[in-house]
Design a binder for this molecule. Structure first.
Ligand code: ANZ
Ligand code: ZN
Length: 841
């Protein structure tokens, strides 16, 4: 051992040791105390920086901690290797995606190793490998057979820059999530997964996820968007020639209570019957032009409340079934085809968007809910009244509080046969086809005779061909590859064509966590028994940006796979932890930004590890703040972590003789001198606090702070050759405690010191320290002495002082004597360790 902390020697040595000795390999057939700890698998986008590091270091610390607590910990790692980032990078550099992806994977793997982050690499998987996507494709065919995968013409979000379709979830404020170009709407035949069939289950089971952050559950609830409301048929006033394709225009409303205030109706520009409804009318051209233009705007723009409204009168009218009134039918793009029925009963007096529309086109406004405190006056109202109130001018419902009227009015619609209560979900089916190259080919075949036929199991995987021009054109690149496209129909044998679209990468990531239990198994997608033993995942760690997409799709897949009888559980992740981001201040504008290549504020971890060592980087990264919060990276901060580890190193080096001498001394509190006893107690208190901080919300920052302060106590207590054996033993205990508890954060230095102090086995197999309760008792305690409930004195006694003894001592105090003088003692109440109250009168 040398005086200087030689991190660059010890770190690679222990990394090799852990790896060679399989310390992170898990026998999953040993199901005692299973703990499945999973980090969201990364895109292999290139070198990692310290911002990424937080994620993996956090997960690694959890895994190491749980191992020391005696859990059989499973920590696998894989690569979300298909998809746009890899493909766009490949387009930029000209190297084929496969090549660049595999290269990135090996770079990142080395980086993870250099951080001392350890995984069971025997289970490694990459979604772009045929032995993985074979099973993604197989799952697709299973969904197809269950009618949960279907192809349909649909208005889709189209990113002109990426030249591909995007899922709704990938459109952020009307722009492509990846390249930020404005998203357009297109009509194309696309593949969908019927996630809407699972909407209610996805919603209900959120209530069982006690280990998830509330805000993630709320985001999922809002995304699923369940609305209870009423569907009401407005009869179409027929045209003279009776050529209408429909008799009614049904609308969905959550506010049937406002129906007597309905003054017009609006349909979406894409309303299927619309063209027919206006055929031959004077309004025909205006309506058709309007509909064509509306499709250029995104749903988000169209729904925005502040957005300038536009629309046209269709020339048709409909009848409000509650009061028989004829109201005009308009078309406007603030009504969306994808929600409800694509038609809205408009109540400008009580709905903000209807108000804006009615004002713009001077349509009538009629109040049907009054504000009991300030009666409304249409002529002076400045905005819609959206609060609750009492129904007015609403026939037999007049006078009812509006909320109470909703069920009554819905029941009335059912009675009269023109409507009913219904439930709407905002959740749409999941569009999974992509006109891109770097993805799992959709395993379907189009046969001129049989139609669409799934690729039989024996022909899977449908291998993604290499040597394809993968630059996006809007057409699927695979369609240009004749060798790939031509195939015999598996049912009738005639010449057929393969599906040329690939799958959204979110499909790959919706089931990978199941595959870690049988990553190399070529006989089945999922090992049911092993999954049943290990799921739900004990701890899933990832970014909040996945709160909706990945987590919702994974929950959906888990339910489908459950229904396919391939697993027995319904939810994949018992505990979810979403870590905050590492940010860095921009030197020019002083603003904090998320650390990213794009912002040019990346701190390279390789250099830091070279200069300070991985343990220092790890300790700083975990010390930077509560892990669920964003944190600011500060280059000076790392110095503090560095000084701490150097000090620990030096202490063990300096006190090596005393520490070794105490190796086999059994601890005996009673024969410790006060200083040794205090240190022993402090060490035990620290164990308690650190364990609490780790178990709760992974507050590793406060855990590390506690460990640092224990080292301070060690230093102020000190030890030397003249110290007695029990003092040395206490000192050794405190140092051992620091080393054990610090090892999840700074594993290399702790492993080194642990061995240096005479332990033969890895610190990973050491036990997490347990609190010695007996040590927590203070030697001397202060007792409050009251007479008739009033504080009269205090007494310092030994903690083991008996009740009787205490009473005798208290009664002897001059201050007590003074107050009981001449009185009779009625009762003495002793609250052990706290107070004595003497009742005297
Ligand atoms: C009349 C009404 C009066 C409404 C009122 C609201 C307030 P949530 O809660 O999100 O489900 N709506 C229905 N279908 C629509 C569509 N396809 N596009 C745009 N808007 C649509 O919203 C339900 C409400 O949104 C419905 O209730 C309907 O307007 C509107 F004072 O009906 B309401
Ligand atoms: Zn056929």
């Amino acid at each position: 051992m040398n005086e200087k902390y030689p991190f660059s020697q010890i770190e690679p040595r222990w990394q090799t040791y852990w790896n060679d000795n399989g310390l992170f390999k898990t026998d999953h057939t040993d199901t005692r105390n299973p703990y499945y700890c999973l980090m969201m698998f990364p895109y292999p986008s290139g070198a990692l920086h310290v911002g990424h590091g937080r994620n993996y270091i956090l997960g690694d610390a959890v895994a190491r901690y749980k191992k020391m607590q005696g859990f059989n910990v499973l920590t696998p790692m894989g690569w979300d290797a298909f998809g746009l980032p890899a493909e766009n990078a490949a387009i930029k550099t000209g190297t084929p995606p496969k090549e660049s992806t595999l290269k990135n994977i090996s770079v990142m793997k080395e980086q993870l190793a250099s951080w001392g982050v350890s995984y069971d690499w025997d289970r490694e998987l990459a979604s772009c490998n045929p032995d993985y996507y074979k099973w993604t494709q197989w799952l697709f065919t299973q969904l197809y057979k269950r009618k949960l995968a279907y192809k349909a013409e649909a208005a889709v979000n189209w990113c002109p820059d990426c030249a591909t379709v995007l899922a709704n979830e990938q459109v952020v404020d009307g722009a492509c999530e990846r390249c930020e170009s404005e998203v357009e709407e297109k009509f194309l035949a696309q593949w969908f997964f019927k996630i809407t069939d699972y909407a209610q289950r996805l919603l209900d089971d959120l209530d069982t996820l006690d280990g998830w952050p509330d805000r993630v559950k709320t985001m999922q609830r809002n995304w699923i968007g369940r609305s209870e409301g009423t569907e009401i048929n407005f009869a179409l006033v027929p045209r003279d020639d009776q050529t209408d394709p429909i008799e009614h225009v049904p609308c969905f409303t959550t506010r049937v209570d406002t129906i007597y205030g309905c003054t017009y109706m609006v349909v979406a520009p894409e309303y299927p019957a619309l063209k027919e409804l206006v055929k031959g009318l004077e309004q025909e051209e205006a309506v058709n032009t309007y509909s064509r233009n509306a499709s250029k705007r995104t749903n988000i723009e169209r729904m925005a409340e502040g957005d300038e409204k536009s629309g046209v009168f269709t020339g048709r009218t409909v009848i409000n079934p509650y009061n028989g009134e004829e109201v005009p039918l308009w078309v406007s793009d603030y009504v969306l085809m994808g929600y409800g029925t694509g038609a809205v009963m408009a109540v400008p007096a009580h709905d903000t968007r209807d108000w804006a529309f009615a004002k713009k086109y001077t349509l009538p406004i009629r109040v049907s809910i009054d504000n009991p405190d300030h009666p409304l006056d249409v002529t002076t109202m400045e905005e819609a009244y959206t609060a609750n109130g009492t129904l007015i001018d609403s026939a037999e419902f007049t006078g009812s509080p509006n909320r109470d009227a909703i069920p009554k009015m819905a029941a009335y619609a059912t009675e009269q046969g023109f409507g009913e209560s219904t439930i709407q979900f905002r959740l749409r089916d999941w569009l999974i086809s992509r006109q891109r190259y770097w993805g799992a080919p959709i395993p379907m075949i189009h046969c001129p005779a049989c139609g669409t036929v799934p690729v039989p199991d024996k022909d899977l995987p449908v291998v993604l061909p290499e040597n394809v021009d993968f630059k996006p054109t809007g057409e699927s690149p695979l369609a240009t590859c004749e060798a790939f496209m031509n195939v015999a129909c598996p049912e009738c044998g005639v010449d057929a064509r393969r599906e040329s679209d690939t799958m959204d990468t979110f499909v790959d990531s919706s089931w990978y966590f199941l595959r870690f239990l049988n990553a190399t198994d070529d006989t089945q997608a999922i090992d049911k028994q092993a999954c049943n033993d290990w799921f739900p995942i004990s701890q899933y760690v990832g970014g909040i940006e996945h709160a909706i997409l990945h987590l919702l799709y994974s929950r959906f897949f888990t339910k489908v796979i459950h229904d396919l009888d391939l697993i027995d559980f319904n939810e994949p992740f018992a505990q979810l932890f979403t870590q905050g981001m590492i940010c860095k201040r921009n030197e020019e504008d002083g603003q904090l930004y998320k650390m990213s290549k794009g912002k040019g504020n990346v701190v390279n971890s390789d250099e830091l590890i070279r200069d300070y060592g991985a343990d220092t980087v790890r300790v700083y990264t975990m010390f930077i703040g509560p892990p669920e919060k964003d944190a600011e990276w500060n280059d000076q901060g790392i110095e503090g972590a560095s000084r701490f580890l150097k000090r620990l190193w030096r202490r063990v080096w300096e006190k090596h003789d005393q520490l070794t001498a105490a190796a086999n001394t059994p601890l005996d509190i009673d024969s410790m001198e006060p200083a040794g006893r205090d240190l022993y107690r402090t060490a035990n208190e620290t164990i308690q606090h650190v364990t609490d901080a780790m178990d709760g919300a992974f507050h590793f920052n406060s855990a590390i702070a506690q460990i640092m302060s224990l080292l301070n106590s060690i230093d102020s207590t000190g030890v030397d050759d003249n110290s007695n054996d029990q003092h040395k033993a206490s000192y050794r205990f405190a140092i051992d405690t620091v080393i054990r508890m610090l090892s999840p954060f700074a594993p290399h230095i702790c492993e080194e010191l642990w061995r240096e102090l005479g332990n033969d086995d890895s610190i990973l197999r050491a036990e997490w320290p347990k609190v010695d309760e007996a040590s927590l008792a203070r030697d001397e305690i202060e007792i409050i002495i009251q007479v008739n409930g009033k504080l009269r004195d205090k007494l310092t006694v030994s903690a083991s002082c008996s009740k009787e003894d205490l009473e005798t001592q208290a009664l002897a105090l001059p201050a007590v004597q003074k107050h009981i003088d001449g009185k009779t003692i009625r009762k003495v109440i002793v609250v052990p360790g706290k107070l004595i109250n003497i009742a005297a009168s």
